[in-house]
Design a protein around this ligand. Structure first.
Ligand SMILES: O=P(O)(O)OC[C@H]1O[C@@H](O)[C@H](O)[C@@H](O)[C@@H]1O
Length: 360
């Protein structure tokens, strides 16, 4: 994507989340160890007492993966290929993310499922490959990340970093540092925080779009409702991204859906009737939300997706698409999503999904 906004979208504006943050010492990204800094960023530390050690192992096809475990039993897995979360399990060991049984796990193809990172482009809205290149690159463990200024650090987390290669600079001539922290809270919530900094030395700003392309595992798509997107405007990717307004009820699914909802609330609920489970997606710095299910015909057309798998997944993607983000050199943007899975007796009509959205 060039530094001027892509032609097909409204002009870019600097998202409020972009702030000029003084550059810190360049993070060393050469060593990849199974330990990392204490949350304060005070240099490499072994597993400090409060920190659960990061497990590094070989995953599918020998690709490096990191396993995060929370003491109460929840866990997450992330592949260095793509900085790609491929698993998030609750404290009963139940898998909460969808991962296709036909996922290829072989560069340059992105892993089908989990949480692909879409950067610096979303979909085909620009001249780069679909969804940009971050999900097709090898990330490294960031052993010296700049400290997070807020809150108490999580116990189970890993910091990854992506910087452009010379090849990347040929297709997208922008220098950046993309730091991604994946963490599990004691309650088993999964948090992804992205910090993207413009490190151009030529004074050039750049503009990018972004999405956490989350594949939620659901029991049966025809028994799923999404709350929080009612009455919003959306761009329908099945109708040449024309703008429409959503009706007033919860969203349900009877056919292929591919919509970019605009100006969405910070909380969205995905209710799985059969499993009596509600996913709550909380987000900051990501005003849009993409909802996608390929349904039967498109499922059959995807080699890395089972013909029937559309019944057991739904993508709800915290995103910044309508207003791509512009950063000047030295500025950093932060985009965060937090996923929780809570029991919901919604099927008995007892749980008002709006309470889930208004709750803390
Ligand atoms: O096959 P990909 O590149 O991972 O994209 C999958 C889907 O990703 C969604 O986010 C897009 O809205 C869809 O249009 C697209 O088909």
């Amino acid at each position: 994507m060039s530094s001027t906004p892509p032609t097909t979208m409204p002009p870019a504006s600097t998202a409020p989340a972009a702030v000029a943050v003084p550059a810190t010492a360049a993070a060393t990204t050469t060593t990849t160890t199974t330990t990392a800094t204490t949350p304060s960023g005070a240099g490499p530390a072994l597993t400090a007492p409060e920190r659960v050690p990061v497990e590094r192992s070989k995953g599918i096809n020998g690709l490096d993966k990191i396993v995060l475990r929370e003491v109460r039993g929840s866990s997450a897995e992330v592949y260095l290929y793509g900085g790609h979360v491929t698993s998030w399990k609750n404290d009963h060991g139940e898998e909460l993310l969808f991962l296709s049984s036909k996922a290829i796990f072989k560069p340059p193809k992105a892993i089908r499922g989990g949480i692909p990172i879409c950067f610096p482009q979303f979909s085909n809205l620009g001249f780069l490959e679909q969804h940009g290149f971050a999900r097709n690159r090898f990330w490294t463990i960031d052993t010296d990340p700049p400290p997070f200024p807020t809150g108490t650090p999580p116990k189970a987390f890993v910091d990854l970093i992506l910087k452009p290669t010379d090849e990347d600079l040929k297709i997208w001539p922008q220098s950046f540092e993309f730091r991604l922290r994946i963490s599990l809270s004691p309650a088993g919530d999964l948090m992804l925080t992205s910090r993207i900094r413009n490190t151009n030395s030529d004074g050039k700003p750049f503009t990018f779009a972004f999405a956490y392309h989350t594949y939620f595992s659901v029991s049966d798509i025809s028994e799923v409702r999404v709350e929080g997107l009612e009455t919003l405007d959306y761009l329908d990717s099945l109708q040449n991204k024309e703008r429409f307004t959503e009706q007033g009820d919860a969203i349900t699914f009877e056919s292929e859906v591919d919509k970019i909802y605009l100006g969405t609330p910070t909380k969205i609920a995905i209710l799985d009737h059969e499993k009596k489970r509600t996913f709550v997606l909380r987000k900051d710095g990501l005003p849009d939300a993409v909802v996608w299910n390929p349904w039967e015909k498109k499922a059959k057309a995807m080699a890395d997706f089972g013909d029937e798998e559309y019944k057991h997944m739904l993508c709800v993607e915290a995103a910044a698409v309508e207003k791509p983000i512009t950063l000047k050199p030295g500025e950093e943007w932060r985009g965060r999503q937090e996923l929780s899975a809570v029991p919901s007796s919604y099927c008995s009509g007892q749980l008002d999904p709006r309470r889930v959205l208004q709750g803390s």
